[in-house]
Write a protein that binds this ligand. Structure first.
Ligand SMILES: [Cu+2]
Length: 195
């Protein structure tokens, strides 16, 4: 998708906000799912090159309830494992860590998964993710239960905008071996690594 047509672009790049707003009338590619008090907005994953061992997935989770919820994980058919990850940047070093005890979605809150932040990690890909495809996934919540969603395979809106760091996100994790990701481990990557 080469045109910014969803709200992700507004968040992704302030400079592009005006442009994104002017295109909101374009047919929206956004899709959403709901189970109980949990709403999942626009799950998507950027395409991967052939042979990539893993891929990142992004979405937005809204907790409409008055109790905290937890995203425990989930599963997909196109990869061995679905993990919940968080990237933090300290002193120009980006560290990725697996959240193994469930990610809290606070009551009434929206948690956004995005490049350089929280993301889902599809580990041990069985096949490349191809632009334009849809891929099934099941997300597992502590209270609301299981939710089947489809990940749209598409570039992050930020990537389709001209603000200088295209491709970085696309190269997510290509250089990582999933064997490095044990439960307690943090990974240090150079500042150019973005996912
Ligand atoms: Cu990751």
């Amino acid at each position: 998708m080469m045109t910014p047509s969803s709200v992700h672009g507004v968040r992704a790049c302030l400079a592009s906000a005006v442009m994104a707003l002017t295109t909101l009338t374009a047919p929206a590619m956004a899709h959403e799912y709901r189970v109980g008090d949990i709403e999942v907005m626009h799950p998507y994953a950027p395409p991967t090159p052939p042979g990539a061992p893993m891929a990142a997935g992004y979405l937005e989770i809204i907790n409409h309830g008055d109790q905290d919820e937890r995203l425990l994980g989930g599963s997909v058919t196109f990869a061995h494992e679905l993990q919940v990850h968080e990237t933090t940047v300290e002193d120009d070093v980006s560290r990725m860590r697996q959240i193994t005890d469930g990610l809290v979605i606070p009551a009434g809150a929206t948690v956004t998964f995005q490049p350089m932040g929280k993301h889902l990690m599809f580990v041990d890909l069985a096949e490349p993710l191809v632009d334009g495809d849809r891929k099934n996934a099941t997300l597992s919540f502590e209270q609301a239960g299981e939710l089947d969603v489809e990940f749209a395979i598409e570039h992050a809106d930020a990537e389709s905008m001209d603000h200088g760091d295209m491709n970085h996100k696309e190269m997510n994790h290509e250089d990582m071996s999933h064997g490095d990701m044990s439960e307690e481990e943090t990974m240090e990557k150079d500042s150019a690594h973005k996912h």
